[in-house]
Structure formats: structure tokens, C-alpha cells
Design a protein around this ligand. Sequence first.
Ligand code: F6P
Length: 380
Amino acid sequence: MSNFAAATRRRGALCYSRSTVSPIKRIGILTGGGDAPGLNAVIRAVVKCAWNSGIGCLGLEDSYDGLLEFDRSRILAPRDVTGILRLGGTILGTINTGNPMDSMVPTSDGPRVYGERVIDMFHKMGLDALIAIGGDGTLAIGHEFFKRGIPLVGVPKTIDNDIVGTTNCFGFDTAVAFATDAIDRLHTTAEAHHRIMIVEVMGRYAGWIALYAGVAGGADAILIPEIPFDIDIVAERLRARDKWGAKFSIVVVAEGAFPKGGSAVLQEAANEKHVERLGGIGAQLCPAIAELTGKQTRSVVLGHLQRGGAPTSFDRALATRFGGKAVELVMTGQFGTMVAFDPPDIVARQLEDVVGKTKTVPMDSDLLLTARALGVTFGD
Ligand code: F6P
């Protein structure tokens, strides 16, 4: 064994090498759910690691839909993934349309039950395993396919960082970096005009982006779904800043935040094609805070900008490690699992332990407690 192989084995990193004999000859790879910076880095890592172990990859387009027809997939060799490490989005395409498992779909062979068609085509395409990169929805569907006999490994992705079992998902660091930069920019204009700026960030039912970007950007109020807020308490904190001479304030609000006794603001209710779409709390807070503080107030929604652009170096490295680990799990037959970050290691979790749950900000989070100690209000 080479020194490198011995060293990586000692640290619990990739435990296979080119000489590992695996019955796996062909892996299908797909990306599902909302995109997140780092998806392409995972694809690249999977394709290259697999190739170097004599395994071919088939890229499936638009999540599990890539298994509906032969012409919705393409072979991926290293030359097909060269240069995509730094690209946002996903070269495979993705969709975010709920769980189609038992619905009827039109196919070139006539109408079929979605789940049955996917399983049938998995075998017809000569696949030995599937790597599904996605958020909770994609992983939950993957878990269902695993239970129905598909050898599957999941890779967690989401800017929201709300997947149970992994400290970080790739995409989160990039989203936080973007939101922090936006808050920095809003600081200067807020200060110049002695205004309050409200910044609405994504995150669904978890306040991770708001908490991290809020602290990193020096926000005065951070409102997260885990802590229903009282607007009078928020306004009191902002008025207090005026009294000691800080004539401007920054409020970071997670899209899923809601007032005590209230509920989250929706852009669109859930329907058969999509889960509910959150958004609009910043705009709702704007006139209320202006009235309670007597200060000019403006609100900005960062929206999908948080999902675009190049992944940070942290996300590139994490995504690459996830991709390498996913290939290791496939080669060693550890299916029904998800790769996860358990610092400093990349580990495997059982899908059944993570799907259908949401990792929210715990009330004893050191970052949350430190923010409180700094005087940041959470509106409680
Ligand atoms: O899960 C990622 C995420 O960006 C959430 O933060 C946001 O609520 C949702 O996706 C938006 O979904 P869509 O892109 O379908 O509007």
C-alpha cells in the first residue's frame, strides 16, 4: 500500500483504491430539488472517483425523471466534468415537484406508474447503483426506491442546512457568504441614510442562514422560525440603538420567521406540484417597524441570488469529499445510506434515520447564545 493510501485509510477517508474489486460497473447519478452551489462539484467527484476505479457513470437528467426514458441520460466520463468544479447550478438539471412516486406518467411505452417505471428503467439501463444528490424530498424518494430494491446512496444538499445527520450541507456556506456580503452592502446605505434595513433570507423552516449571515454581518435583530418574535421587542431594541447614537439598524429575517401567535407568510400554498412557497415576511415587517420606530425602513429579499454563483472553497471541498465518499459507499455495498459531515470526518448515516425530519437551530446553539450576549435581539 502506498504511503498516501495508508494515510487516508488511517484518517478514515476513502477506504478503497484502484485495486479494490467491486461488482459495481455502472452508477446512475442524479440531482434533485432546488439547486445549491456545489452540485457540480459532487458530480465531478463521483465521475472521477468512479472512473479511476473502473466504474462508469450515467448522468440522469432532471432528478428521477432521468430514469423515465433512455434519452434523458448521458454517459459521463472525466472529460465531461472537467471544469465544472466552480460552476453553480447542475449540469444534469433538477426539478422540485414533490413526490411523484405513485402518480401516473406518460412514457414512450404508454402511461405508467412513476415508481414502477423508474425501477424498470434502472434495470434496463444496466445500472448497478444510484447516487441521488438532493435535499430531504429527494432523499426521501431515494429511501423509498431503496426499500423497493434499488441500491442507492444519498448525498445531502441544501442551502438551508436543515438535513438531519450532517453538520453541514454544501451550498450553505455559499449562501451565507452571499447574504453576508449583501448585509455588508446594506450597512453602508443604512448608515448613510440613518435607516433600518430589513434583509429577508431563505431557509424554509430553519433559521441557519439568518443566524450565520446575521451574526457574520453584524445584524441588530435576527428573526428565525425557531423563535416566534414579538415586534414590540424588536422595535424596542432598534429604538434603543438610536438613543445611544447608532442611527441605523440591520434586521435579518428568515423567510420562515413568524410573530408569536401567527404563522409564516406564504407566496403560494402547497399544491400537487410543489410544497408551500415561503416569502414576504420582510415586506410585512417594513411598515410595522417604520411605524414603531419612527424611522425610514426598507426591505430587501435576497431570494434565489443565494442559490446562484460559484460555490465557496469550503463548499467545493465538502462537495468533493461527499462525492468521493458516495463512491466508496457504493463500492463497499453500503446502500440505503447518506454521506454526512461529522467534523472532521465524512461518514455514512442510514437514510431511515434522517429523512422526513428537519434540523432546526437548537436553543443552546453557541452562535445563538453568543449573538444574544452581544445584544442581538431575536424578538423574544
Ligand atoms: O430549499 C432551498 C430553497 O431555496 C428554500 O430556502 C426556499 O424556500 C425554496 O428552496 C425555494 O424554492 P423554489 O426555488 O422552488 O422557489
